[in-house]
Design a protein around this ligand. Sequence first.
Ligand code: SF4
Length: 220
Amino acid sequence: MAKCPKKEPDWLMISALQHYAYCPRQFALIHIEQAWADNFFTAHGNLLHERVDSYESEQRGDIRYERSVAVRSNALQIRGKLDLLEVEGGSAKKYYPVEYKRGKPKQEPWDKIQLCAQALCLEEMRDTTIESGAMWYWQVRKREHVPFDEELRGITLQMIKEAHSLLMSGQTPEPIADQKRCKACSLNDLCEPAVFRRDHSSAYIEGIFSDPTRSESNGD
Ligand code: SF4
């Protein structure tokens, strides 16, 4: 179901960038059509975040550990919450954002985009530069160090721009081609990508037999 295009851009939740990077249709189903379905993975991820949120802030040596820190960027119109922010030093502070995830490190940059967007917010809020952060993966109980290099910053800014523009359009795009990704998607039942693809292939076949120009160009 498509909605009317908007005149003013909405604020984008940083967690939505991960949905967009995974699949623009998933992003649209959740953030435009307000459809959502929990599967085991998302339910477990929510539980993990609830647990992380319940920890108190604390000081250990020269580092202060702040939990559930709200961040926003007026320039990028994004906002969200950091799982953990490590703040080191006195007047010249060094910030190190950490995001917790249920699974394990991925080849694709989905999680890193979310973390980098959080860092971009902090940079604007604190008028500073943040060189790196980390992902912490529950499944492997391991931290992955993430440098905020030019490439990751570029991809993140591009995703923010595209996600805003899709949100403004109010249109839900077609399913992605990657069927493996669809299998792991919590919205598979709502999205019905297989039905959509089947409809498309039958329309294509019908088009071949009803379009005379196609027959000519094929030399029939
Ligand atoms: S099932 Fe596939 S196309 Fe549909 S929302 Fe999920 S990933 Fe995207």
